[in-house]
Design a binder for this molecule. Structure first.
Ligand code: SF4
Length: 260
């Protein structure tokens, strides 16, 4: 079947399904045969035996299935060794150090920023400057210690002049962070600031719209909130950040797991 024919078949199938929905049909039996077929349920006057095959929502098939993160057996050491003296994106040109994710590798909570700053670049550790000190206070304010959580950035090299990483720089580096997330599988990720949120979640929405509301990354709760560096510039935003973090703390308190 050519691509044109396939596209036509999909369009006609969609129209047929929409027509069935308009008639009040709520589900269809999905055939397991190789040849495509659409089984319409029998009319109510002639109920047949309950179908043993999988029955799905009529329109469920048209929506993307929820993707769950698969647990990875990699180690951080393997991932960091693969990153090596990375030159995969232009940010390598002016960095001093590659700044890897650090912290508890069984963490329930992870914080993700956009990229290292000057202090982080010099010390090869994430969130160690003034913004990092404020992040430590934020972590302690929800009753945790910095050593309990995982802290990283979408990009591991400092952008020149602390500019925001470009989308292609973020998409080049992000897979390493996603592999670390698959290793640890934190229950909640707090994503700090507009750039990190957009790059992590691949969204065009802004932080002021999404902050304070849990988002999803493959089954992991993601809470967008303001970056600590922004809070240093505008302390009036601390109150909203505190509200966001209280939601995170409440979620973790109500989903306490025994295996961490
Ligand atoms: S930011 Fe990431 S992809 Fe770019 S050079 Fe650094 S480690 Fe490599």
């Amino acid at each position: 079947m050519s691509q044109e024919e396939l596209r036509d078949l999909v369009n006609r199938t969609k129209k047929q399904l929409e027509h069935l929905k308009a008639l009040g049909v709520e589900g269809i039996q999905v055939s397991t045969a190789t040849a495509p077929s659409i089984a319409v349920p029998p009319p109510p006057t002639a109920p047949g035996p309950v179908a043993s095959g999988p029955v799905t929502s009529l329109f469920g098939d048209l929506a993307p299935a929820p993707v769950k993160l698969t647990k990875s057996s990699e180690t951080f050491e393997q991932i960091h060794a693969e990153i090596g003296d990375c030159t995969r994106c232009p940010l390598h040109l002016e960095r001093t150090h590659v700044v890897h994710t650090e912290g508890n590798r069984k963490a329930r909570l992870m914080f993700v920023g956009e990229a290292p700053g000057a202090d982080e670049d010099a010390q090869a550790r994430p969130f160690v400057g003034r913004a990092g000190q404020l992040l430590t206070k934020i972590i302690e304010a929800i009753g945790m210690k910095r050593e309990e959580v995982l802290i990283g950035n979408v990009n591991r090299c400092r952008p020149p002049g602390n500019r925001a990483p470009m989308p292609d720089e973020a998409s080049t580096c992000k897979p390493f962070l996603l592999r670390e997330i698959a290793v640890v599988q934190p229950e909640v990720i707090v994503v700090l600031g507009n750039t990190a949120m957009k790059n992590l979640l691949d969204t065009r929405e802004g932080i002021t719209r999404l902050r304070g509301n849990f988002q999803d990354y493959k089954g992991i709760k993601v809470m967008p909130t303001f970056h600590p560096a922004y809070l240093l510039r505008d302390p009036s935003k601390k109150r909203e950040t505190w509200e966001d973090l209280k939601k995170v703390r409440d979620y973790l308190d109500s989903h306490r797991s025994s295996d961490r």
